[in-house]
Design a protein around this ligand. Structure first.
Ligand code: INI
Length: 155
């Protein structure tokens, strides 16, 4: 049986990180985690772009437009949404998640989902470089693997 799976080695592929400015100090921890993984797996800065959007709700449109340029093999979407006193959180999270999935499927470009949707800042901190790892790093690693997998499927 032949197994096809992505590798975790970056060669000449180009990646774009799209990060929201809302909760910026927390999002920057995810950006740092994603960059660390991309560098450790072989990317240099000439293969990487960083695009900033205002909030998580704006991530899908930016990702859709960036994917349509065909400049990037993979896109990593990063953001932090923290629940407040109103249902706003639910709308932002649901639309951001659905929009990112749609943008990825429409363009056929892997989009790493590094959007934290948490009830508290403590939950975010745990997932942004402390005891529960770094979800920005996880999203970057998944994107590297999916880019490699698509290359093999399309070859
Ligand atoms: N955007 C976030 O990225 N995180 C949040 O926690 C958040 N909260 O809580 O409101 C948030 N809201 C802004 C939203 O993403 C849009 O930028 C805004 O509604 C304008 O379209």
């Amino acid at each position: 049986m032949r197994t096809v799976e992505g590798s975790l080695v970056v060669r000449d592929e180009r990646f774009c990180i799209v990060a929201s400015r809302f909760n910026e100090t927390l999002v920057d921890r995810l950006v740092a985690g994603a960059l660390d993984v991309l560098h450790r797996h072989g990317a240099d800065d000439s293969q990487l772009h960083l695009v900033r959007v205002p909030g998580a709700f704006e991530l899908p449109l930016a990702v859709q437009k960036l994917a349509a340029t065909r400049q990037y093999d993979g896109i990593i979407a990063l953001g932090v949404v923290i629940r407040g006193a109103t249902p706003h959180f639910d709308y932002v999270c649901a639309q951001a998640a659905a929009g990112l999935q749609r943008a990825s499927l429409e363009a056929g470009v892997p989009v790493g989902f590094g959007l934290l949707t948490c009830d508290t800042i403590e939950q975010v901190m745990e997932r942004a470089g402390t005891k529960a790892g770094n979800k920005g790093a996880d999203a970057a690693l998944t994107t590297i693997e999916m880019v490699s997998l698509l290359r093999q499927i399309e070859a």
